[in-house]
Design a protein around this ligand. Structure first.
Ligand code: ATP
Ligand code: MG
Length: 373
């Protein structure tokens, strides 16, 4: 574990970049530092690998003061990824990734084999190995940066706005990839961003810093959204706090009904037996085709041409309550369609039922926190 204890950084010109910061950074989790420009995020990150020395306070790695460790050994235990990847322009992709193993004295063959393995791990095509950084897209370069940081398998990964320079679609891909890699490798990651959505998506815990390098709040993302410490954090979180928080509740407990679900070509009797305002028509495999009012659906008619779109379905348990609510809001009937992982309908659920589940989840959480408190 990395412990930052009462750390202050005052630069020679008097700027206080970090002010009495204390943080416990847990092992094998992603801790995000987020806050407005100039609030001391980069300074904090660089104090962890001693690229910047604190003016006051102590940083401990597994209980030992990092000032007592040789700086080279400390940095080798910490991969470092920066915005725009910071690659060596005159080295090929493979040799960029092999840099640290080579520095550690690995033979060329072994270092390159390791680099090739990492290219695959971060989702880079092996065909790119012989290219130079300028021959790669920004997103690919960022992946190389991550691979290079992982090459010597350091327990700690320090990442300073690694995905800020790429467009939102590529960025989402990189974030998903990082979460997948983290699932496999379980590194201790300290991740800096100024994007609160990125912080909420990636962080196990999120430290919100305010200008002047002071800690405003340090909490898991769901708690930030439900209980911002003050108006600064609340403003920083931005709009839709309530809706975004629903991402942390599972849709597993939603009560589904199959009552209004009918196969294409259903009998008049089956259609007539439903008293729902809309019926969801499915194909022979049980996949959704669309919605219809019962009176518009004639017996034996597949009628997909006259059906209302069913929107985007959700997968109970896999998707969150936010996803389920989004399905219901986007559905022309106000009902969300639930499917299994094969895309077959497992039931439908109304906005009202989702609303009740949301209230239930909030109430359960309040009861939980009362017990915990
Ligand atoms: N070498 C330096 N000398 C003097 N002041 C510095 C130095 N490096 C950073 N600062 C100042 O310290 C404060 C914190 O800088 P830092 O780079 O840590 O912020 P940041 O949160 O990473 O910002 P950004 O989001 O813009 O990257 C800023 O006011 C900055 O101007
Ligand atoms: Mg910075």
């Amino acid at each position: 574990m990395i412990r930052i204890e009462e750390v202050t950084k005052r630069y020679p010109d008097g700027t206080v970049a970090v002010d009495r910061l204390s943080l416990e950074i847990p092992d094998r989790a992603i801790t995000v530092l987020v806050g407005p420009s100039g609030c001391g995020k980069t300074t904090t990150l660089r104090m962890i690998n001693r690229m910047v020395e604190p003016s006051e306070g102590t940083i401990l790695l597994d209980g030992a003061d990092i000032r007592r460790q040789p700086v080279t050994a400390l940095r080798r235990s910490m991969g470092y990824v920066i915005q725009n990847a910071g690659l060596f322009q005159h080295r090929t992709i493979l040799d960029n990734i092999a840099t640290v193993p080579r520095m550690l004295g690995w033979g060329k063959g072994r270092a390159r084999a390791r680099a090739a393995e990492l290219m695959e791990r971060v989702g880079l095509d092996a065909a790119l190995a012989g290219r130079y950084p300028y021959q790669l897209s920004g997103g690919q370069q960022q992946r190389v940066g991550v691979a290079r940081a992982l090459a010597a398998d350091p327990p700690v990964l320090l990442m300073d706005e690694p995905f800020s320079a790429v467009d939102p679609v590529v960025r989402k891909g990189l974030q998903d990839e990082l979460l997948r890699i983290q699932d496999e490798l379980g590194k201790t990651i300290v991740f800096v961003t100024h994007d609160i959505d990125e912080a909420i998506k990636l962080g196990t815990r999120v430290a919100v810093l305010r200008t002047g390098g002071r800690l405003a709040q340090f909490a898991p993302p769901a708690e930030l959204l439900s209980d911002p410490a003050d108006s600064f954090v609340e403003d920083f979180l931005g709009a839709d706090r309530g809706i975004r928080r629903l991402s942390f509740f599972s849709s597993a407990g939603l009560e589904l009904t199959t009552d209004p679900v009918v196969p294409a070509g259903a009998t008049a009797e089956r259609i007539g037996s439903c008293d729902a305002p809309y019926l969801l028509v499915t194909d022979a495999q049980g996949r959704p085709l669309g919605w219809s009012r019962p009176q518009d659906l004639t017996a034996g008619d597949a009628g997909p041409g006259r059906l209302l779109p069913y929107g985007r379905p959700f997968v109970p348990g896999t998707d969150s309550l936010r996803a389920a609510l989004d399905c219901a809001v986007l559905s022309p009937t106000g009902w969300a369609v639930a499917v299994d992982c094969g895309g077959r309908v497992t039931g439908v659920v109304s906005q009202q039922t989702i609303g009740e589940a949301i209230r239930g989840a909030h109430a359960g959480e309040r009861a939980g926190s009362e017990v915990a408190g």
